[in-house]
Design a protein around this ligand. Sequence first.
Ligand SMILES: Cc1cc2nc3c(=O)[nH]c(=O)nc-3n(C[C@H](O)[C@H](O)[C@H](O)COP(=O)(O)O)c2cc1C
Length: 350
Amino acid sequence: MVLYPMNLNQRLLPGFRLGNHFIDTPLVLAPMAGITDLPFRRVCKPFGVGLVVTEMIASRAVDMGRERTERMAELGADEHPVSIQIAGSDSGFVSEAARWAVGHGADFVDINMGCPVKKICKQIAGSAMLKDEALVARVLEAVVAAVEVPVTLKIRTGWDDQSKNVASIAHIAEESGIQMLTVHGRTRAQMFHGHANWADIGLAKDAVSIPVIGNGDIVDGASAQEMIRISNCDGVMVGRAVQGNPWVLGEVYASLMGLPQPSSPTPAERWAIVIDHLQHLAAHHGIQCASKLARKHVIWYSKGLRGSADFRAHFQVMQDWQQMLDFAEAYFLGLADEVDASGTGLSLAA
Ligand SMILES: Cc1cc2nc3c(=O)[nH]c(=O)nc-3n(C[C@H](O)[C@H](O)[C@H](O)COP(=O)(O)O)c2cc1C
């Protein structure tokens, strides 16, 4: 893990306009398939997130109207402004999906041209589209023409090191009417390896005048500041670091606002978030599906805490929902014994 010293010349971001909305906190929760459903977004939003994005929804006509797809596009009244992300390379299907997203209440439509997954790339969608700039322009122009709301784009920096075209794609995006661009500072070939190249995000920023959101490897307020310093981006997006740790958003928020860093959650505060998340999961997905998702999330919440390996071993084989809640409550509140002498924070496992 790279450690960044807190920058004394901390950069405060002013926010930006996106259609009828002003994004006053340019802190964006990254779309993550299978993770950033409505329950997760509800948990994260109060930590200072200015914009949330749904998981990617494939634009194949067959998917629209399916129960699972409809659930993915369900938005909370309390989470606006919110963006629905769609993926696809057929300009007709993507435009249709964009209209469908607006019909479901999306304030913005985000187009995914960053997904590295083989199945998606084989259909020449996600990051594979970056190889075909004419196709990028065609799809973006069609979607911008299809909906009244701002259309935004999320990309990687190119297909591989030899064909990096982040500045060129940024330029095409702006010319096509895209109103905000998010750049994950890795090529498709990098998948999630190595470190995101924050200078490459700066290449997009230099190429356009629309807001550019930097993404990749932000883990705390200091790394957010370092990305902003290197790339000059207008906002930051955080993904994996939030899994089991929404408090990291509070740290990044504080760094963007010039506020003191928040203290780590007490056991009671941690449990309050965990149980809130679990209840939202049950309400949104039903208990059967929620139990499966809860295993993943609760295990993330316990990561690094004392006794988490034992807890995990028992929790992940539990079937009964109430038993899972009781067991998790006993574990997380039991950590109160671990409160350090100052009364804040938890001891981490050695
Ligand atoms: C499990 C997982 C699912 C993801 N799903 C999506 C997605 O649906 N749409 C998208 O644009 N990016 C997706 N991403 C990429 C993230 O939005 C983000 O660009 C990437 O994780 C880098 O940011 P980070 O270092 O803050 O995690 C996903 C990433 C992960 C780890």
